[in-house]
Design a protein around this ligand. Structure first.
Ligand SMILES: [Zn+2]
Length: 161
């Protein structure tokens, strides 16, 4: 009986310790995330991804860029789009008619600026990416209008290496 009691106590203490460690890790992670994000991103990247900003059209790195490869989240590196679904929409922002990495994308209703739009976010870290519209080319008919500042391009050559 005595052994059993101490065993239970030990398990309880271990459990509490693990819980505390976990809470601290999450807390530390969050604080670190914001600090490291600020130092990792430039002003525009931070403004776009963390404050839901929009870069000026025809100014971003990728609006007129069509190399083979994939685009990952500039904040957390999650795969978001690939060059195979990128098209020239002439809107001044990188445009995609779909994503192979749909499971990494989150959608949210956005009614800012008196418009009814669907915001596109990185599912993993919540970074704002841009918006999605229903005026895209066939076969999907959708157009992801994404800020260059929220993306990082990984060339196909370096993926295959
Ligand atoms: Zn992300």
């Amino acid at each position: 009986m005595k052994v059993k009691k101490s065993k239970i106590l030990l398990i309880s203490i271990s459990f509490l310790f693990i819980l505390k460690l976990l809470t601290f890790t999450i807390y530390a992670q969050n604080t670190m995330d914001n600090d490291s994000l600020k130092s990792k991103l430039n002003e525009l990247q931070y403004y776009v991804t963390q404050q839901k900003g929009t870069e000026h059209p025809f100014t971003g790195k990728y609006w007129n860029f069509f190399q083979k490869g994939k685009y990952v989240c500039v904040c957390c590196g999650t795969e978001l789009f690939e060059s195979d679904t990128k098209f020239n929409s002439s809107c001044g922002w990188p445009s995609f008619f779909g994503s192979k990495f749909e499971e990494n994308i989150r959608y949210q209703r956005d009614t800012s600026y008196g418009m009814e739009r669907t915001e596109v976010l990185c599912k993993k870290c919540g970074a704002h990416l841009g918006h999605v519209f229903n005026d895209g080319p066939k076969p999907t008919g959708i157009r992801f209008c994404i800020n260059s500042a929220s993306l990082k391009f990984i060339p196909l050559d370096s993926i295959n290496k």
